[in-house]
Design a protein around this ligand. Structure first.
Ligand code: PHE
Length: 362
């Protein structure tokens, strides 16, 4: 067989094989086999030297054409495989943008958190700092330093959970029954003037009912400086009540007793449901009590090393859940911590209702 026939056969076989290749490694083997330095084409072309000189140019030209044809086909195959790999990758990573999305679960701010934010924001605007402190407390801070000595009958005002732990020089360990111990902790640490509010959890050993939980929140507030009077207390708290419940609210102060204030007071707002006429919400009285307050007792100032001859201050404490109940029309405090999502989601709707009622006027 002549070189021309060998070349034609080689070219045909090479092209046929190439067309069937779909993998890069096989393609590389093909290239080595046909176009490599020791490949089949080279072998055939070696035979050129053995030809009679007059036949060489034609055979050489045929060899070049075969080589070019194989190389061009090889380049095409490389491109074909590259496209195929790309198409496969695109298919693999395909995203079906028409699939319905997964709806994210949107949470709600808990009613307690929400009212705490409203309350703290109002006092922050009036220049109060926010502090927090331990829920597990010593008898000293919860009672003694607040002018409630052991065996004082006023202790009955707070049914206490005691912690089974050895007492320290600050007395027994307990769960704080109010946020008032923070008056002592803050004043122990900072020299006057102080203006602080303290939102936090408190605990009472009580039978649970529609109005009582054994854990609930309080917001304590106090201000001590020179020349602070009952007028500052009344002005600050009236401003607060109107900011929270509406500028048209009236406030009422009456005497009350807490061992750590003198005089002591309770503040009520006129009922925002009946506008003071008397209804179920205000037990027909027209008034709703929302907090306890008073001028800080000189003995308390003395305990923290403030001179009561120079400094005076007021303090107040309120129950934010009760305030949220009034503001949002919630009937029982137990809903707050029962983790019932239906209740937690309802606040958004309530918000709308409250806003509509406000807009409609009374
Ligand atoms: N700590 C009191 C209570 O829990 C409330 C209060 C605080 C009263 C500050 C007066 C001043 O009942």
């Amino acid at each position: 067989m002549g070189i021309a026939e060998d070349l034609a056969a080689l070219r045909e076989r090479g092209l046929a094989q190439l067309a069937a290749i779909s993998e890069a490694e096989v393609l590389e083997e093909w290239r080595t086999r046909y176009l490599g330095r020791r490949g089949e084409l080279t072998q055939v072309l070696r035979g050129l030297g053995a030809l009679p000189p007059e036949e060489r140019p034609a055979a050489g030209a045929a060899g070049n054409r075969a080589k070019e044809a194989l190389e061009a086909a090889y380049d095409d195959a490389v491109e074909r495989l590259r496209r195929a790999a790309l198409a496969a990758a695109i298919e693999r990573e395909r995203v079906d943008v028409t699939l319905p999305g997964r709806t994210p679960q949107v949470g709600q701010v808990h009613p307690t958190t929400r009212i705490l934010r409203e309350i703290t924001a109002i006092f922050a605007r009036m220049g109060f700092d926010v502090a927090d402190g331990p829920e597990v407390e010593w008898d000293y801070y919860n009672f003694e330093a607040l002018n409630i000595p052991p065996d004082h009958p006023a202790r009955d005002m707070w049914d206490t959970f005691y912690v089974d732990a050895p007492p320290s020089e600050r007395g027994a360990m307990l769960l704080r029954t109010h946020t008032s111990p923070m008056q002592i902790r803050v004043m122990d640490r900072y020299a006057p003037p102080v203006r602080v509010i303290v939102p936090g959890k408190v605990y009472r050993y009580e039978a649970i009912s529609a109005r009582h939980e054994s854990m609930f929140y309080q917001v304590e507030g106090f201000a001590v400086d020179r020349n602070i009077t009952m007028a500052d207390l009344k002005g600050t708290l009236a401003r607060f009540a109107r900011a929270l419940f509406g500028e048209e609210r009236r406030v009422r102060f009456r005497c009350d007793y807490f061992p750590f204030v003198e005089p002591g007071a309770e503040m009520a707002i006129d009922c925002h449901l009946c506008n003071g006429a008397g209804c179920r919400l205000c037990s027909q009285s027209g008034w709703i009590e929302i907090l306890g307050a008073g001028m800080i007792h000189p003995k308390v100032l003395q305990v923290v090393g403030y001179d009561p001859g120079v400094y005076s201050g007021f303090a107040f404490g309120m129950g934010p859940e009760r305030i949220a109940m009034l503001k949002y029309g919630i009937e029982t405090i137990r809903l707050f911590y029962a983790n019932d999502l239906r209740f937690l989601r309802q606040l958004r709707m309530l918000d709308g209702a409250v806003a509509r009622a406000d807009a409609g006027g009374r």
